[in-house]
Design a binder for this molecule. Structure first.
Ligand code: ATP
Length: 573
């Protein structure tokens, strides 16, 4: 399509190139007293057909350019959610968004202005120069001399435009990131009275983008003006030299006029060439930024159609509780920081509930992240039913695990959409069953539109306990073999506390439950408790064993766990 657009553009230009020749025929006809009809008709047809073909060519080009932008967006969008967690930790979401939206737009410039216009302009230039040579070689030499000076200066300017554009796009990305950060923490920003400061950060980024954009615009203007200047100078030079040659009879007036017309015609392709080079620089700046994303590794397909094949299969059938084992697992988030996990080994038997407890920063959530393979351990192995996680296709592994995050996010949308988020094919019966298991049936009955009530950001507010149970229901609908539950630290009221406990006990009857526990009620009903401290396992046992044997656990149980669960603590004694 680019070639077709280019060809049409070229055909339009050829018609344009022939116009001065036709004009010369008209003038010659005037002089010789011959009929004007033929030359005038030729001129008219050339003008009209040239215009029509050029318009079609530019439409084809623009259309193709839009297609290139679309392709880039589709492919980036496809990669974005498959990027690996560590890479997304590093890149800022706002900047990522700006690459998909703003930078891809710049690609259009490469297709239209850059590649094809550039090529068309080159052809036009060559044709024009050829015809000028045919007209008069001396005048051509004068013209080319002036143009060469300008060409060199334009070559020096181009890289500056590219650099300025790239830096402007980076500033735009920074602006997106700053905005994203402020909008993510919208209420905190307001509560902290930080609107002014956050606005300043966004504005500073906007001004930086502006300054760099202006720099690019400045250099573009210099490039554009110098072209125009060159044509003017050539015109004067040709007029001087050509006039003298007409006076001494070595050049016809009509040839001088046709030559001057070509000279003005030349201004078009030269301007196009310069502009094409400018746009090319802009587009290349965008490509550099898009490359940074497309060069990042992505996770293998995680969908149910994961082509990873059957793993060295697990003994237990789908849906049966699975056992987990960590063996001397070591992991650092950042190379020169202390390890988050420093030789962690423990086993989670199939079925029942195992609790992970320990002070903040002990590495509990990190274990969940490694189980989900958001990160890979630096050394050691993790197995599920004796199979190394790395031997399982990612989609299959994540299908075995139900993961409930600490903040238990509720997505904007209906309650039903939230529930079937991980299992879009779940039937109404399955949904009803899971709602009953997670003690949400009453909530659904109370909601104005039942399951179709909009919840989340702009909808019906759910309490912390309800959100958590919705998240558990969402995880259960995928029929996991292991439920990973990162219990919220925020306080639940007595009713929600009791319901959570019921839900966990209920799920633990059919599924392996590994819970990061912050509540005494959760801990005491666990069959096995793993006490972690500073990236290591400190002790493993039941509540009673650990109270008797482990000082840290005793302290946690009497301070942290109890303090966060006053109601249950008093009933638990
Ligand atoms: N994405 C990350 N990048 C770098 N360091 C991290 C990251 N996530 C966690 N850490 C660090 O790893 C260590 C273990 O964190 P982790 O979240 O596993 O602790 P935790 O026991 O779950 O704590 P909490 O109970 O407060 O959630 C901490 O020192 C933390 O600062």
């Amino acid at each position: 399509m680019l070639a077709l657009g280019g060809l049409l553009g070229l055909a339009g230009s050829v018609a344009g190139l022939a116009e001065p020749l036709a004009a010369k025929m008209v003038i010659d006809a005037f002089g010789s007293g011959a009929s004007l009809t033929g030359p005038l008709l030729t001129l008219t047809v050339l003008v009209l057909s040239g215009a029509a073909i050029s318009a079609l060519g530019s439409y084809v080009l623009e259309r193709t350019a839009e297609g290139v932008v679309l392709d880039a967006r589709l492919s980036l969008a496809g990669r974005m959610l498959r990027l690996r967690v560590p890479d997304v930790d590093r890149l800022k979401p706002g900047d990522l968004i700006s690459r998909v939206t703003a930078d891809t737009t710049l690609l259009r410039a490469v297709c239209t202005g850059g590649v094809t216009n550039g090529i068309t302009a080159l052809f036009m230039l060559a044709g024009c120069i050829g015809l000028m040579a045919y007209m008069d070689a001396v005048l051509l030499a004068v013209t080319l001399g002036v143009l060469a000076v300008v060409g060199v200066s334009a070559l020096l300017i181009m890289p500056r435009i590219g650099r300025a554009t790239r830096r402007a796009q980076e500033a735009l990305g920074a602006m997106g990131a700053a905005l994203d950060r402020a909008l993510q923490a919208f209420r905190t920003v307001k509560a902290a009275g930080a609107e002014g400061r956050e606005t300043d950060v966004v504005r500073d980024a906007a001004r930086l983008a502006w300054r760099r954009g202006v720099t690019a615009a400045g250099w573009s203007a210099v490039a554009g003006t110098s072209t125009w200047l060159a044509v003017q100078l050539s015109f004067l030079a040709v007029l001087g030299v050509g006039g003298a040659r007409v006076a001494n009879g070595t050049l016809e007036v009509s040839s001088l006029i046709a030559f001057l017309l070509y000279l003005f015609y030349l201004a078009g392709p030269i301007a196009m060439l310069v502009e094409g080079a400018v746009q090319m620089q802009t587009g290349l700046a965008a490509i550099t930024r898009l490359r940074e994303i497309s060069d990042l590794e992505i996770e293998p397909t995680t969908g149910p159609s994961d082509p990873g094949g059957t793993p060295a299969d697990t003994a237990s059938p789908e849906g049966a509780p699975a056992a987990l084992a960590l063996n001397d697992v070591r992991f650092r988030y950042v190379p020169d920081r202390p390890p988050a996990l420093d030789g962690v080994s423990f086993e989670v038997p199939a079925g029942g509930m195992t609790a992970l407890v320990g002070p903040s920063g002990a590495g509990k959530s990190t274990i969940f992240a490694l189980l989900e393979r958001f990160y890979e351990p630096d050394s050691g192995t993790i197995t599920i039913d004796g199979v190394d996680l790395r031997a399982l296709p990612l989609g299959r592994l994540r299908g075995m695990l139900g993961y409930v995050e600490q903040d238990a996010p509720v997505l904007s949308g209906t309650l039903r959409e939230n529930l079937v988020f991980g299992a879009p094919d779940a039937t109404d019966d399955e949904v009803a069953d899971v709602l009953a298991r997670t003690r949400l049936t009453d909530l659904v009955r109370r909601l104005p539109d039942g399951l179709d009530t909009i919840v989340g950001h702009r909808g019906q507010a759910l309490s912390g306990g309800e959100r958590q149970r919705v998240a558990i229901a969402r995880a259960l609908l995928r029929r996991p073999r292991v439920l990973l539950l990162d219990e919220a630290t925020s306080q639940l009221d007595a009713v929600n506390e009791m319901r959570l406990r019921e839900v966990i006990d209920d799920v633990a009857a059919t599924t392996t439950v590994l819970v990061i526990a912050h509540r005494l009620s959760t801990v005491t009903s666990a069959q096995r408790i793993v006490v972690m401290e500073a990236g290591r396992v400190r002790a493993v046992g039941t509540h009673d064993e650990l109270v008797a044997a482990d000082a840290l656990y005793r302290e946690l149980a009497t301070t942290q766990l109890v303090a966060e669960s006053p109601v249950t603590a008093s009933t638990e004694g």
